[in-house]
Design a protein around this ligand. Structure first.
Ligand code: EPU
Length: 427
């Protein structure tokens, strides 16, 4: 298991380029299951979850070419010969987003067998809303032996009102609805840019979708979809993580290749905190001013403040003068990073869904444990301002969703290196 060794104290200076959005690329890859023609996706990030999705699709008989180069990170997926419409426990347990294949498989093959994901480090994360929605479209669903088994002759359009806003639930149902007979109207949908990006790809494939990116999505079903070429949107969470790092380290960082219109919640919050940012159509420049002010944050569905940025914001709040209350509304157990930050000297008290962060505290380097993807990122941020050396264990979490984070950080002045675990010699 790799670890990061980070020596804090350097401001981040220079330019960093943002990769494609993992959470847009994953549903886009699953969407290739809807057609027997090749789907070409560009700006695919080089992260572990993409590799897992490649394995998942290949196990079903899909041909997946995945190549990374200087200019183009691209995959071509052809699902002409699908051998088995099944996602095994072995793969689903390593990546919950594997459940995104459920909707496309049932729509294209009339049957699907997908492992139920278990609990997760950040919350229970059931998929009951995916299942309810598919049942509304006419699928017959049985849950046994840890698997969801779905079958249908042909899906029929229906009205679906989500009880709760769900991102991958909206995406799963959106994909299924493209191949139904008749019209589907989905209400209380997730409005995340990743949902809109998926709809954009599906429309290029011949689907008829209106309203993606709003709470109501209308899908007129078609009988067949075809191949298409699509460029994945930039990763707003990666961009936001680097912007927070620039602010936190009192740096001067140009975060380029991002879409600032997806970052409104963070940019407004930074203004409140006292950090100056300037943006063009595809970049954000952040300049630290050495004096952060405390500000409260409540995570909400898009366009609210993202839960995927809560941990990174908490690192920032430890360096702000005053008390910041961070409220986590989306997941019930997403404060594991706080306990690690306390080990580094932060003053954080957890009260249910609220974390009370009192700053400014001088953090000191320590050995800490990463518990999930965004928690790992927040520990990297905390380490960048800590005195001395921090060793972050279990960085495989960060490799799931951040492309070459250590190289990107090193290039703008951070002292960070990766070390592999030295195993004790066998006697
Ligand atoms: N929920 C249910 N039933 C469902 C589905 C969701 O109760 O059937 C609940 C969840 O337990 C949670 C809330 O609804 O409390 C929202 O969950 P959502 O379904 O929106 O989350 P997700 O689709 O599983 C995606 C991202 C997450 C991100 C969340 C929230 C992908 C692949 N994952 O997950 O990203 O945190 O939306 O924005 O898009 C990450 O990238 O680190 C990450 C965890």
């Amino acid at each position: 298991m790799d670890k990061f060794v980070i020596r804090g104290g350097n401001p981040l200076l220079g330019t960093v380029r943002i990769s494609g959005a993992k959470n847009a690329a994953l549903p886009a890859m699953a969407a290739a299951l809807l057609t027997d023609e090749p789907v070409i996706l560009e700006n695919i990030p080089q992260v572990r979850d993409i590799e897992t999705t490649r394995e998942l699709l290949a196990a079903m008989g899909a041909e997946v070419e995945l190549g990374y180069g200087r200019a183009q990170h691209r995959t071509t997926i052809c699902c002409r010969n699908l051998a088995s419409p099944e996602a095994s426990y072995e793969l689903v347990k390593t990546m919950r987003a594997s459940t995104l294949v459920l909707g496309p498989l049932i729509a294209r093959c009339g049957r699907a067998r997908v492992s139920l994901p278990g609990g997760c480090a950040i919350g229970a994360r059931p998929i009951d809303l995916h299942i309810k929605g598919l049942e509304r479209l006419g699928a017959k669903i049985v849950q046994e032996h840890g698997y969801v088994e779905a079958s249908v002759e042909r899906l029929r359009g229906a009205e679906i009102v989500f009880d709760k806003i769900t991102v991958t639930g909206t995406e799963d149902l959106l994909m299924a609805a493209t191949l139904t007979e008749g019209e589907t109207i989905m209400q209380n949908c997730a409005r995340e840019p990743e949902v809109a990006d998926l709809a954009c790809l599906l429309n290029k494939m011949g689907a008829n979708i209106e309203g993606a990116g709003t709470a109501t999505i209308r899908v007129k079903g078609v009988s067949k979809l075809h191949g298409a070429k699509h460029r994945i949107i930039p990763d707003r969470i990666e961009a936001a993580t680097f912007i927070a790092a620039g602010a936190l380290t009192d740096g001067d960082l140009n975060v380029c290749g991002c879409d600032p219109s997806h970052l409104d919640a963070l940019l407004q919050k930074l203004q409140e905190v006292g950090v100056k940012t300037k943006h063009t159509s595809d970049s954000v420049r952040v300049e630290g001013n050495g004096a952060l002010k405390a500000a409260d944050v409540i995570t909400e569905e898009y366009p609210g403040f993202p839960t995927d940025l809560q941990a990174q914001y908490m690192a920032l709040a430890t360096q702000a003068e005053g008390t910041s209350i961070v409220t986590e509304n989306i997941f019930e157990n997403r404060f594991m990073h706080a306990l690690e930050m306390v080990r580094m000297g932060a003053n954080i008290k957890i009260e249910g869904r609220r974390a009370i962060v009192r700053g400014k505290t001088q953090l000191s380097g320590a050995a800490v444990l990463a518990s999930d993807l965004r928690a790992s990122a927040s520990l990297v941020l905390a380490a960048l301002v800590a005195e001395g050396e921090t060793i972050i264990d279990r960085v495989y979490h960060i490799d799931r969703g951040y492309e070459n984070i250590e190289e990107k950080l090193r290039a703008v002045g951070a002292q960070i290196r990766r070390i592999g675990e030295i195993l004790p010699r066998k006697k």
